[in-house]
Design a binder for this molecule. Structure first.
Ligand code: 4AD
Ligand code: MG
Length: 431
């Protein structure tokens, strides 16, 4: 008898198996009782027939609470009406731990606020399970794509003395009497690594004390950041297009069951193909004004603006050449038009908005030094970053893709809070 995972059940037709899991649901019709057992890989119907199991087991099973952990031994059999097309005819059940009778997340409907307080238990639900499996597939496909494309994984530090994305969203901590911050982005370190390895990426948690409560913002989110030497804005965009279409293709191929379970309209994902439309910031402002937005040239887009723009397209779109004044200090000005940056954000369709920020970096020493001053950044913390322009500076570009926003888009979720196992939100750090 083999210990098996529910997802492999179809390989065991006609065999007696041993399954370890938790009681998810049950129903009874006289001499037959049906249990739904989950083991993390799937949900399986376990059928108890009165005449075929020990009377004691048959009677006592009704007193076992939901989420009790148990071992089920039985015969695998095809059953068209069962969720997976198979069921297990139970011979024996061994209860590992009897759950208390007050499981907070019963099978009835609950509000999201309540469920978030029980996130540690909510993760057991089929829907949350499916979303986080899709997240894992997205992360795997990103790594595969970059590894196959010659990018080397170089981890960047979490504790850092230098701000990357402005000083207003820093989480500050004491570093033996000095100030340190939780990283907002690994980019600056990535640039150093790109000068050492050519093509690199970092992938890890990043932190921003965002004082706004929106469906797109978390305090702690995961970001993948590729960076490459001798790559300009256009080539940088091409990498993004290829990577994003690859992610979508892999999820459609490998996570069909999960997409169905969460009722994602996959036709919206099947149309994603390169090249993505490219719209200049100037054009985007015109479009927004016509749609009733109050945006003025020079301002960054608000969440509502991103929604309007990305609702107009079936494909992800690039918005390029933003005004320098609404972007970070390291952005390279367009030599033809120095008030705009050689940068592009990628907006996901269906109203999702920005999932990537990226562009070309300043490679000139004097200009970078000037920008550090202009942005009132403490120069001594950026000397090492300036060294990269002192010793063999080259044109280089990179980008950062936010995992949670990408998961929200691919899964069709209206909020990022369900895209990460334990979201850190404004005034919420429990559980
Ligand atoms: O546009 P951002 O701020 O770009 C950077 O951090 C660059 N240094 C990246 C680079 O070029 N290496 O952030 C990049 C992406 C956004 O497009 C978004 O998807 C995500 O990170 N992001 C957030 N996701 C969730 N919650 C937040 N508070 C986020 N802030 C940014
Ligand atoms: Mg951005």
């Amino acid at each position: 008898m083999e210990i098996i995972r529910i997802s492999d059940i179809k390989n065991y037709d006609g065999k007696v198996v041993d399954i370890k899991g938790w009681l998810y649901n049950r129903r009874s019709s006289g001499s037959v009782k049906f249990l739904i057992i989950r083991d993390g890989t799937g949900f399986l119907q376990a059928t108890l027939i009165k005449s075929e199991v020990d009377t004691e087991i048959f009677e006592q099973i009704d007193d076992i609470e939901y989420e009790s952990s148990m071992r089920i031994i039985g015969l695998v059999k095809k059953e068209k009406r069962a969720p997976l097309g198979y069921e297990v005819l139970v011979n024996n059940i061994e209860v590992v731990n009897k759950a208390e009778d007050n499981y907070p997340i019963s099978l009835k409907e609950h509000g999201v606020g309540f469920l978030m307080d029980y996130r540690h238990l909510w993760l057991r639900s089929p829907r949350q399970n499916a979303i986080l499996r899709i997240r894992a597939e997205i992360i795997k496909s990103i790594r595969n794509f970059l590894d196959q494309d010659g990018f080397i994984l170089i981890d960047s530090p979490i504790l850092t003395p230098a701000a990357c994305e402005g000083t207003t969203t820093l989480f500050e901590t004491d570093y033996f009497g000095d100030k340190a911050y939780l990283t907002q982005s690994g980019q600056l370190y990535n640039e150093a690594a790109a000068m050492a390895f050519g093509k690199v990426y970092c992938f890890g948690p990043t932190f921003r004390a965002e004082k706004s409560k929106t469906r797109r913002h978390l305090m702690e989110f995961w970001m993948v950041e590729p960076e490459a030497a001798f790559i300009d804005l256009e080539e940088n965009n091409k990498i993004q297009e290829k990577m994003v279409t690859y992610i979508v293709k892999q999820v459609l191929e490998n996570k069909k069951r999960e997409l169905d379970l969460i009722e994602r309209d996959t036709s919206k994902l099947e149309v994603i193909k390169v090249p993505f439309p490219k719209i200049s910031y100037d054009e985007a402002v015109e479009i927004l004004k016509k749609s009733g937005s109050k945006i003025e040239w020079g301002e960054d887009f608000g969440g509502e603006d991103e929604t309007i723009l990305s609702q107009k397209y079936e494909s992800p779109i690039f918005i390029h050449h933003y005004p320098l004044k609404c972007k970070a200090f390291y952005m390279k000005p367009d030599p033809q038009r120095p008030e705009v940056a050689l940068c592009a954000d990628l907006l996901a369709p269906e109203g999702y908005g920005e999932i990537i920020g990226g562009g070309q970096r300043i490679d000139d020493y004097n200009l970078l030094a000037e920008k550090i001053k202009e942005h009132k950044l403490p120069r001594k913390n950026y000397e090492w970053y300036l060294d990269l322009r002192r010793y063999g500076s080259v044109p280089h570009s990179g980008f950062g893709l936010g995992i949670e926003r990408t998961v929200a888009w691919i899964c069709g979720l209206n909020h990022v809070r369900e895209t990460i196992p334990f979201p850190r939100m404004l005034s919420k750090i429990y559980p």
